[in-house]
Design a protein around this ligand. Structure first.
Ligand SMILES: [Zn+2]
Length: 271
């Protein structure tokens, strides 16, 4: 499932293909993905020039000179296939630009979606409204975390996954950041010591930046022949490593379930 670093990597991969280009043709092969596609998606995008690409939380944003913003939600299995050699099953929306490049939005499970809204209204879109500060943005830091965690009984893990407090953090990188900060995922927010909150404030952007860097190298190594943006493997310290030894202390990595999702942690390093 794509998290913030994967979406960032997708948008960085799309930028050289789409930036400044005019959409020559946009074809939707079905009326809906997770949600109905705008009926006039192709009409409004065809002829429009891409003026910028960005990301907000786990969503990709493509801005056009017509004052519209395309919102890309990769969902569980969404991919952007760049210059695919042939049409593939689940290539639901196909974009052609004036530079002769083709990008297909492919989503086998259709938990993802696309929407097109006036740029001025994008921040109020249901996917984006009420989302907290970006963990890689200028407002993020120990002070923000201290405010979010103060007096909270909810577990640190749950607070970090709350999109209203911090934008775009998902299960994988929350597990990794809590490990680096030495915080047990079940610790109530209000009981996390200040020193560990400071470590957490540094760990969150660090794990994200490292994943983005790994995604960038994946792009260089694999995107050209494979054409698929959006997924890459990275070596994790705790995520998915239940039963293996902690790289720091050797203790066996544990797994618990919190709110229906697995938390991986080192019982010795994280307290
Ligand atoms: Zn350990």
């Amino acid at each position: 499932m794509p998290e913030l670093p994967e979406v960032e990597t997708v948008m960085r991969g799309l930028a050289p293909v789409w930036q400044g280009q005019r959409f020559a043709q946009v074809v939707a092969h079905r009326p809906d993905l997770r949600w109905p596609l705008p009926q006039d998606l192709g009409q409004r995008l065809t002829g429009a020039v891409v003026t910028g690409l960005s990301r907000r939380a786990k969503y990709g944003l493509v801005h056009t000179d017509r004052g519209d913003t395309l919102i890309i939600h990769l969902g569980m299995s969404g991919r952007m296939r760049v210059d695919p050699e042939s049409h593939a099953k689940h290539d639901h929306v196909v974009f052609t630009t004036g530079n002769g490049r083709t990008v297909a939005f492919n989503d086998a499970r259709r938990f993802g979606s696309l929407d097109l809204v006036p740029t001025a209204e994008a921040a109020a879109h249901p996917l984006l409204a009420g989302i907290g500060p970006e963990p890689l943005g200028p407002d993020f830091g120990a002070a923000l975390l201290a405010r979010a965690f103060a007096d909270r009984l909810a577990p640190a893990k749950a607070l970090l996954l709350d999109q209203r407090l911090i934008a775009g953090l998902g299960n994988i990188y929350v597990c990794e950041a809590l490990f680096r900060a030495g915080i047990h995922p079940e610790t109530p927010g209000g009981q996390v010591p200040t020193a560990r909150l400071k470590r957490l404030a540094a760990a969150i952007p660090a794990v994200l930046e490292e994943a983005i860097a790994a995604g960038g190298s994946t792009l260089r190594d694999h995107a050209a022949p494979d054409g698929t943006l959006g997924y890459f493997q990275k070596d994790f310290a705790v995520y998915g490593r239940e039963g293996q030894g902690c790289g720091v202390c050797g203790t066996v990595i544990a797994r618990i379930v919190q709110s229906g999702r697995s938390s991986f942690f080192c019982p010795r390093c994280q307290r």
